[in-house]
Design a protein around this ligand. Structure first.
Ligand SMILES: Nc1nc2c(ncn2[C@@H]2O[C@H](COP(=O)(O)OP(=O)(O)OP(=O)(O)O)[C@@H](O)[C@H]2O)c(=O)[nH]1
Ligand SMILES: [Mg+2]
Length: 330
């Protein structure tokens, strides 16, 4: 099967992804054998509010990446039940998607966000390892930017693109401060809508503040990080570019593609590429270990005892700490 997917057999690739998704032993054996073949793909996260145009942007980006002289292979993981890829599409989106699917070097796979075994981040990581091992050069990961799990997902990526749209209002601007911190490239999509320049100015101010803070913090705080990484921190900070796009007619997509390639170059020159991989491996191992410990414990605990213990906590007869001690038999 692994030989088949490396040769570009799409049916085999589909099967491997399904095995992995099911969480079967066969799936995990495949992942284990694929792992030595990974480490080449450029993983790109695309996040932003619902309806911002992420899928439209991804569509346009695939076409643009496919025109690169290196003739790269492009995979998409759509972590999103409302994504056009999963069937809720208006006709136009579906037609475009079919166009792309007929390209043998493009593979689009959606992922049900509910019930993902071991959590969304692990599932996304597993899928991107399959694509990476299969020889895909770019793995685009689309997810709705709403909470911590999305931040976890985009942290798997080498490059994170945050998509904003004009006219969402000031209240939302403040929420976005958190998501801005993870952005390597900022997009104002739907630049054909009124207010695009105002949004651009707002974002520019926020990015400028964040950039100055990170620069001065780097000079002032010389304390070692809590988890020493084998690679030193980069000497030149990356300043996230802010680009306007109109995804529906592909305007601004070439600038986006250039920014992505420039970011990849910066990551490699500064050693940040390896640092990101290292962080990703640490986070993935920690997640897998805690999942495994939890499911081992859960399979051993008596469900009736679990229920009565929870009830004693609800009745305030036991503290949560006490309950944990007795459930873990500490
Ligand atoms: N006017 C305008 N409409 C756009 C643009 N980009 C996308 N749209 C439209 O916005 C709608 C939502 O686009 P999607 O690409 O599905 O957005 P999304 O962010 O993937 O949405 P979810 O996955 O549901 O969160 C569609 O009707 C698109 O045609 C744009 O640049 N300008
Ligand atoms: Mg979408």
């Amino acid at each position: 099967m692994i030989e088949d997917i490396r040769k570009g057999n799409r049916l085999a690739l589909s099967r491997v992804l399904s095995q992995v998704e099911s969480g079967s032993t066969a799936g995990s054996d495949l992942l284990e054998q694929l792992f030595p073949l990974t480490g080449h793909a450029h993983k790109i996260g695309i996040t932003g509010p619902p309806g911002a145009g992420k899928s439209t942007l991804v569509n346009a980006l695939i076409t643009s990446l496919r025109q690169l002289p290196a003739d790269p292979q492009v995979a998409v993981i759509a972590v999103d039940p409302t994504s056009p890829y999963s069937g809720g599409a208006i006709l136009g989106d579906r037609v475009r998607m079919l166009d792309l699917q007929s390209d043998p070097k493009v593979f689009i796979r959606s992922m049900a966000s509910r019930g993902a075994l071991g959590g969304l981040a692990l599932q996304t990581e597993a899928f991107s390892q399959v694509f990476d091992a299969a020889g895909y050069d770019f793995v685009l990961i689309e997810t709705v930017g709403a909470g911590q799990s999305e931040v976890d997902i985009v942290n798997l990526a080498h490059t994170t693109i945050v998509v904003d749209v004009p006219g969402l209002g000031d209240d939302i601007q403040s929420i976005k401060a958190g998501i801005l911190e993870i952005a390597d490239i900022l997009i104002i999509n739907k630049a054909d809508h009124p207010g695009a320049d105002q949004t651009l100015r707002n974002l520019r101010t926020m990015v400028e503040m964040g950039y100055q803070f990170s620069q001065s913090a780097k000079h002032r705080l010389q304390s070692p990080p809590s988890q020493p990484a084998s690679q030193p921190a980069p000497t030149t900070a990356w300043k996230p570019p802010i680009l306007k796009t109109i995804a529906v007619d592909s305007s601004g997509i070439e600038a986006l593609r250039s920014a992505i390639l420039k970011h990849a170059k910066w990551l490699k020159q500064t050693g940040e590429w390896e640092r990101k991989d290292e962080r990703n491996i640490r986070a993935t191992l920690a997640r897998q270990i805690s999942n495994l410990l939890f499911s081992n414990w859960q399979s051993q605990v008596d469900p009736a005892l679990m229920e009565t213990t929870i009830q004693t906590v609800i009745d305030r007869k036991k503290s949560p700490q006490d309950a944990i001690r007795s459930l873990l038999a500490l």
